[in-house]
Design a protein around this ligand. Structure first.
Ligand code: B12
Length: 211
């Protein structure tokens, strides 16, 4: 089996052949090493993000990294330990109205799914009313809102207001994320939590799902 170090390096380098081979080898070995592979993907992605900030990687690399993570997860998901195997709860995730950026959302989605959450992904540029409607229709009480434009903060606030207007605010947990989101923004929006790191997002959503 490939070491954690080797898999992390392959993820950092966006080496598709090595990562897919590693995932297939893990499944051929009855899932041994699946958790390590997951850890390697997460750590590798952090490096990808840093390289992007440093100007070494470009937008296409980010998109590819998200896709690669999703493909590896699709292969090893049945072997992930404990809660990774079965759904512990359902949640909605989307990019809010006016914002078309979805690279971060897709990375977060892959991590949430690997963490045992079933994700109803509503896509990008999603109207507040649609989010409320889908939550109602599907009985979903955990809502993740993503956005990277400054205007996304207002759309997130509008979404929280839409839940209030529908009389559903008390019954849902709302987490917001994306580059412009911080503690101040979270309080302005009226959300329950915020995060930048996908691992933190997974931890919070799992806690809500288990409550
Ligand atoms: C890639 C990109 C694009 C791509 C988007 C492709 C795609 N499919 O997403 C394209 C080229 C289409 C694009 C278009 C535009 N873009 Co653009 N884009 C970017 C860029 C370079 C990277 C964004 C990104 O993907 N980051 C990487 C991801 C992984 O980070 P992230 O989204 O923050 O996600 C992480 C966390 O925040 C968190 N997270 C994400 N979602 C969630 C959700 C939850 C619930 C939680 C808890 C956590 C969480 O986890 C993720 C993983 O760590 C940024 C600049 C930059 N350096 O950030 C500009 C940037 C965001 N874009 C910008 C602009 C202005 C635009 C355009 C308006 C340009 C134009 N004039 O047409 C259009 C917007 C159209 C629209 N209405 O959305 C500005 C925004 C300025 C602002 N303050 O509003 C930026 C900052 C560039 C700049 N410096 O001017 N863009």
């Amino acid at each position: 089996m490939m070491t954690l170090e080797k898999m992390r390096e392959a993820m950092e380098e966006l080496d598709e052949d090595v990562m897919i081979q590693a995932a297939n080898d893990i499944m051929a070995a009855q899932g041994e090493g699946a958790d390590l592979c997951m850890q390697a993907c997460q750590e590798g992605l952090e490096v990808v993000g840093r390289r992007f900030e440093d100007g070494e990687y470009f937008v296409g690399d980010l998109v590819f990294a998200g896709e690669l993570m999703g493909r590896v997860m699709d292969i090893i998901r049945p072997a992930l330990s404990g809660d990774g195997r079965e759904s512990i709860g359902k949640m909605i995730l989307c990019t809010v109205k006016g914002d078309l950026h979805d690279i971060g959302k897709n990375i977060v989605r892959a991590m949430l799914e690997a963490g045992g959450l079933e994700v109803l992904d509503l896509g990008i540029d999603v109207e507040p009313e649609e989010i409320v409607q889908k939550a109602k229709e599907n009985g979903i009480t955990i809502i993740g809102l993503s956005g990277v434009l400054t205007l996304a903060i207002d759309s997130m606030k509008d979404t929280v207001e839409a839940f209030k207007a529908a009389g559903l605010r008390e019954g849902v947990h709302i987490i917001v994320g994306g580059n412009p989101v911080n503690a101040e923004g979270c309080s302005f929006i009226g959300a329950d939590a915020w995060a930048i790191l996908p691992q933190e997002t997974v931890r919070i959503c799992r806690e809500w799902a288990a409550a």
